[in-house]
Each structure stands twice: as C-alpha cells, then as structure tokens.
Ligand binder design. Structure first.
Ligand SMILES: O=P(O)(O)O[C@H]1O[C@H](CO)[C@@H](O)[C@H]1O
Ligand SMILES: O=c1cc[nH]c(=O)[nH]1
Length: 245
C-alpha cells in the first residue's frame, strides 16, 4: 500500500475510500458523477478518468479503464495499491442468448477468460468468479437482471467472432465483454471483492458495431440501461451490510 501517486491512474491513498466503480468509457464517469453528491474530480490521465463523490453517504470512486483486459488490469492493480478492496465494473455487453433485450442488465456469475492477460497471471483452469457478498446484494436490488456466465475476449473485430460466439452461446454463456475476466481474476489474486454489471447494447446475433454506436449516440433503451447499471453498482457499494468489512 502506498501514498505515492499511481503512475497510470494518478490515484493515491488520499482518495480515502475502499469502494470503486470502474467503467470502460471515460464519458460514463461523467454520467455516474451526476448520480453522486459532493463530487470531486480527481484525475484524467490516459484512459483513466476518476471522480470521487458520495452516494447515500458512502464515499465512492468512479474510474474509467478504457478498452480491454491490459488497461483494466492496470486499473485494478492501482486501485489495490491505494487500498480499494471492493470494485464493481459497470460496462456494456453483447447478449449471447436470444431473448435478452437492449438495456437489460447482465450480471456475471463467472467469466470465461478468453483474454490473453489473465492467462499470464494464472492458468486458464483457475475460475474468474465474483464476490458472493456483492452478488447477494445484486440479487437484493436487481432480482430481474439476467444472471449467468459471461465471456471476456480480446478481439472486437476478429474474423472468427461469429463462430466463437455461436460456440459459447451453445454452452449457455449469456453475454460478452472485454474486461470482467481481468477484474475478477486479478481482483481475486489481490484479495478484492469484485462484481460485473453489464448493460446489453447488442441483441444476440445483432450488429455489434451498430449496437455500440447506438450506446454512444444515447439510444433510449441503452441510456436507461446505462443509468440503471450505474445506480445498481452504487446501491450495492453503499449498502449498510458492507460497513463491517
Ligand atoms: O462499455 P465498456 O465498459 O467499455 O465495455 C465494452 O465496450 C467496449 C467495446 O465496445 C469494451 O470495453 C467492452 O467490454
Ligand atoms: O458484443 C459486445 C458488445 C460490447 N462489447 C463487447 O465486448 N462485445
């Protein structure tokens, strides 16, 4: 643990909180900040934009980590270095099953680690699983969400994506993103409690690029899903049952 400024995120222990929400897109940090009181901008270096505020009286950091496992992994390590031990990712995802609507929340009960980074941390047979406590709180606040195993991958534009997604869908995977595996694997190695809440922006077998564009352009269902996912993370982290931790 260190009071030194972290080299990428520019966090220090002066953030003075044990809880963080991480998002991919720096613009999502500003959306989250609107849900907080007493907001203080902390830093914006590379892809890591951070603000701190309070939600129902609980001090919480919001930070972006950019796209992909390596930058998320750096973010998680630097959060650990400044004493954050509860981290919820609020991301966007593509549905891997039909029947999951746009803007519905997908919550990872575990992650298929189809990324490169976490394989270097620990062999692929090691499971990427969320915190039981944070998951129990997710069920309390969002019993209607889609719960299941998700898949984190490295390649948004790969030639064999459709084939790989059909395979993982046939194994019951419910959604795809790029960072949840890194969060849960690295977080678990460092003794952190983690969870991943994803806003569905692409229907199963839908157009991936169009879905992500719709999110950027503020399509209603996706904007509502984004706000709901942020609120859910904040409700969980501010729940009084976590106070004794
Ligand atoms: O919206 P975010 O949190 O960035 O999450 C998803 O969106 C990006 C791809 O468009 C990847 O980072 C993926 O995990
Ligand atoms: O299908 C999707 C949508 C968003 N992000 C992903 O990683 N995959």
């Amino acid at each position: 643990m260190t009071e030194e400024q972290q080299p990428h995120t520019q966090l220090t222990t002066a953030i003075n909180t044990d809880s963080a929400v991480i998002v991919g897109d720096p613009a999502r940090v500003d959306k989250a900040a609107k849900l907080l009181d007493e907001v203080q901008e902390w830093a914006f270096n590379r892809e890591y934009k951070s603000v701190i505020g309070t939600y129902k009286g609980k001090r919480i950091l919001i930070m972006s980590t950019g796209i992909g496992a390596p930058s998320a992994g750096i973010g998680v390590e630097e959060l650990h270095n400044v004493n954050v031990n509860k981290v919820i990712r609020v991301g966007s995802a593509g549905a891997m099953q039909s029947g999951i609507g746009l803007g519905e929340l997908i919550i990872g009960e575990g992650v298929v680690r189809d990324d490169g980074l976490t394989q270097k941390y620990v062999p692929g047979i090691y499971p990427a699983v969320p915190s039981f406590k944070l998951m129990a709180l997710a069920h309390k606040y969002a019993p209607q969400a889609v719960y299941g195993i998700i898949r984190s991958h490295d390649g948004f534009y790969m030639d064999d994506n459709a084939k790989n997604e059909a395979f993982w869908s046939s194994k019951g995977i419910v959604g795809a993103d790029m960072e949840s595996g890194a969060l849960m694997t690295i977080g678990r190695q460092r003794g952190m409690e983690t969870l991943s809440i994803l806003n569905n922006v692409v229907l199963y077998e839908g157009d991936l690029a169009a879905g992500v564009n719709d999110l950027v352009n503020g399509d209603d269902l996706m904007a509502q899903g984004e706000t709901a996912s942020l609120k859910l993370a904040l409700d969980i982290l501010s729940d009084h049952s976590l106070e004794e931790d």
